[in-house]
Design a protein around this ligand. Sequence first.
Ligand code: PLP
Length: 364
Amino acid sequence: MFVDRRNSGAEKFDRKRAPGNCQHEDPLYLWLADLDVPPPSCVHKAVAEFLASDAFGYVETDIGAAVSHWYAKRGTLAPSFTPVPLCSVIAGVHTAISIFSKPADSIMVFTPTYGPLIDAIRIAGRIPLYVPLQAGRPTIESLYPSASMLLVCHPNNPDGSQFSEETQRQIARFCQQHDITVVSDEAHADFTFGESPVMPWAALDADAISLASPVKGFNLAAIPAASYALIANQTKREMFADAVKKRHLSASAVSRVALNAAYQQGGDWFTDVQHCLHKNRVLSEQLASKLPGKITWSTGTAGFFMWLNLAAGLSVNDTHARLDRAGVVLSPGESFGAPGWFRMNLASHPEVLKEAFSRLLKSF
Ligand SMILES: Cc1ncc(COP(=O)(O)O)c(C=O)c1O
């Protein structure tokens, strides 16, 4: 299942682009969030057929049936409303901020989290209000009633934490009471390993904006497959769709073809990959438990990451230097608002993970 992608042009294996300053002769690249697994062949076939067809010019390809099919298969509520196609999840975040909040408004964001969400608040001239997660959970008391929006990364990149449906409902109630719009980045919602699938916020709160895509679940960043927004409230959905149209941020025809193939025909591939990722998570947890006790880590219940605090008892600089010397390239926590922490991508061959933990054990 896992393949060697060195020398394939993949950004993850490019020494110049890798974070840190790793001079090791054989670096282990476990950072950027893609899978060392080729995408399902049904996507290759569908995209190749589309490119060989006469469907040039503007083409309007529906993605609604495929999205409903996939959500029902994943075990979450199949949306009964039409998704708004988007060129990317983060384009959807920027659009939602620009139309559902005003300049100088305050926007809550849970930390640690995916850096581009915080960037999006700043770029729009809104004020970020950081709400630290405690063991992957927020408390209602830590929310700000004065905010106009809540940006959620659910499940959370980097720590894989996923809220229970009850927690989601409590947050949704708070936000409804205080007229706060929830914008939820659900890019990592496909790979779940806990008891329940990730419930889209749009299924719990009619005013929420859920943003998702098959890019992470089906490893389609290079195409990329279409992203989309789910918004139950018809007025809000139409406002959002209009803003996407005016900004030319809709999904391309070929990206919609990729989504349709992945969601409708890629189920068996997905199940196999999820099974391998589960085994990698268990293996990594066993290996991480052998690291010095001061080092804490979590894998959460979703996604394909381990989130490690390697700086326990060390300076942040020393931590980076040790990692560089070990030749293990991880995503530094600085970009998630947590210096000293690192995100390890577990979607690689188990032998690579074993070697990475063996090097960490020697260096820390
Ligand atoms: C949580 C999260 N959201 C969004 C993205 C990027 O999505 P897109 O390229 O569709 O904007 C990523 C990519 O790593 C991600 O981890």
